[in-house]
Write a protein that binds this ligand. Structure first.
Ligand code: ZN
Length: 61
């Protein structure tokens, strides 16, 4: 079986909608990703996974 390269989870800042690549953490041979602690652009600390952003933003209008 070919190994599929992992794509980092991306996160959208709910304050300014900037997109950030998640920070990778190695755990027992696998990886997990975490959102940044704080948005570098606006300072907000609330992030939504990129894959969930469309649903999230649509539900707010
Ligand atoms: Zn922001």
């Amino acid at each position: 079986m070919a190994h599929t390269p992992e794509e980092p989870t991306r996160y959208v800042c709910t304050g300014c909608q900037s997109v950030f690549a998640g920070t990778a953490h190695s755990e027992n041979g696998s990886h997990s990703f975490e959102a940044p602690a704080e948005c570098a652009a606006c300072g907000a600390s609330s992030f939504v996974e990129f894959a969930h952003w469309t649903h999230e933003s649509a539900s707010q209008s």
